[in-house]
Design a protein around this ligand. Structure first.
Ligand SMILES: CC(C)(COP(=O)(O)OP(=O)(O)OC[C@H]1O[C@@H](n2cnc3c(N)ncnc32)[C@H](O)[C@@H]1OP(=O)(O)O)[C@@H](O)C(=O)NCCC(=O)NCCS
Length: 378
């Protein structure tokens, strides 16, 4: 069995006198998976990739130290941070929990400061997280996190001269050349920062995951990346010469027999790199062609004129205007569908039988041979 990749252990006394043993370790965590009556602890992970996280498959791309707190050999609190294995610049704190009977002893506080110290010692620049729980909000505020977008919070490494409010502008400044590459699981934290950047102020951040202006993006990446992998789509990134993710384009194939020639496209680029927008859209168009997508469509808010400009420059045409589809409580906005069409090869990529519910060849044979019991002769 693969062993957990231990990073360090330490022992501390809690304010009530209990002793907390802390293990900081990377997955696999399967040996710590005990069912707890109230709470999830390390069972708490995104369902789409929970197995891959806990068995250590994700550690190829993501450095994911978990801080586990034990009292008398029982796991009582846990949390993790995820950061790209190569750059370790942006991290996301995930899955924070202390078992109810051990709360208010200072356990989360100790685990969090342990992870923050580790992240920043390794040169980490900013940690992101989210919470809907005001108690957790207190915990994070105490540790230097502050509210950014939606229910998101961020802590900027205090060694940086830039303040949290100016961090995005500093991080995303144009430093020169870029490359286009496919996304990996390691891009989850960097993409969260890209999508949580308030600029560009487009109403639709990512139509495919229903992520809109001022919503915090994080689990969206897990959902869309899993879908892209399943449906033969593509997720490309624009990476700066400092290995910062400054743009993205998602291509998602419709996963039905009749629509398999149809793809949806969604893109986002920080303003300082917008001159590279066409490069990344053209790359996606070429890739769509190569995987047999002949019609590409993109949903855009009618008021997001600079996004529309990029689509038009890339050859997309307005095909549908859906009146008043977007409403933010005060303003109605039309939703536009821009489309680009290429010549279809005339052949479907996948047969009907590869989709759900199609009649199989053996069933055709049975019918042809009249093998129904009511019809067979005695
Ligand atoms: C939020 C949670 C992780 C805190 O864990 P904990 O081990 O009890 O936290 P700590 O004892 O280390 O407390 C740290 C700080 O959090 C705040 N806090 C904790 N419990 C609190 C409470 N009941 N009311 C108000 N603030 C509270 C305080 O600021 C506290 O610092 P202080 O004790 O110096 O005042 C825990 O309540 C929990 O598991 N909640 C359910 C899961 C959850 O919501 N997780 C967060 C998801 S983002």
């Amino acid at each position: 069995m693969t062993q957990p990749k231990g990073i360090f252990n330490k022992r501390v006394s809690l304010k009530n006198g209990d002793t907390l043993d802390i293990k900081v370790t990377e997955p696999p965590l399967t040996s710590y998976l005990a069912k707890v009556e109230y709470g999830d602890l390390i069972h708490w992970a995104w369902p789409e990739v929970k197995g891959d996280i806990l068995t250590g498959k994700m550690t190829e791309w993501i450095y994911m130290p978990y801080a586990l707190g034990f009292i008398d050999n029982t796991l009582v609190g846990s949390m993790a941070y995820f950061t790209p294995r190569d750059t370790q610049d942006i991290g996301i704190i995930e899955f924070v929990e202390t078992l109810p009977e051990h709360r208010r002893k200072g356990i989360s506080s100790i685990l969090l400061s342990t992870l923050v110290k580790l992240f920043e010692k390794k040169g980490g620049l900013a940690l992101l997280l989210c919470t809907a729980n005001p108690v957790a909000g207190n915990l994070y505020e105490k540790h230097g996190f502050w509210y950014t977008i939606g229910d998101g919070m961020q802590r900027t490494n205090p060694k940086l001269s830039t303040k949290t409010a100016d961090f995005n502008e500093w991080y995303f400044q144009n430093t020169g050349s870029t490359t286009i590459r496919e996304a990996t699981w390691g891009d989850l934290p960097r993409l969260s920062l890209l999508y949580n950047n308030p600029n560009p102020e487009w109403i639709i951040k990512d139509y495919l995951t229903e992520s809109f202006n001022n919503t915090r993006y994080e689990y969206h990446f897990v959902k869309i990346f899993t879908q892209v992998q399943k449906s033969d789509g593509k997720f490309f990134l624009l990476e700066s010469n400092e290995k910062r993710v400054v743009g993205s384009v998602i291509l998602l194939r419709k996963n039905s027999f009749l629509e398999q020639h149809l793809g949806s496209l969604s893109f986002r680029i920080v303003p300082s790199y917008q001159q590279n927008t066409l490069d990344i859209i053209e790359h996606a168009k070429e890739c769509a062609r190569n995987i047999g997508i002949s019609i590409l469509e993109s949903h855009v808010a009618a008021s997001d004129s600079d996004q529309i400009k990029f689509l038009e420059l890339a050859g997309f045409k307005l095909t549908t205007r859906l009146k008043n589809r977007l409403y933010n409580g005060t303003t109605w906005t039309d939703l536009l569908i821009y489309t680009i069409e290429e010549k279809h090869t005339g052949k479907n990529r996948k047969d009907k039988s590869e989709f759900y519910g199609a009649r199989q060849e053996w069933q055709n044979q049975r019918i042809k041979n009249h093998l129904h019991p009511d019809r067979s002769s005695n």
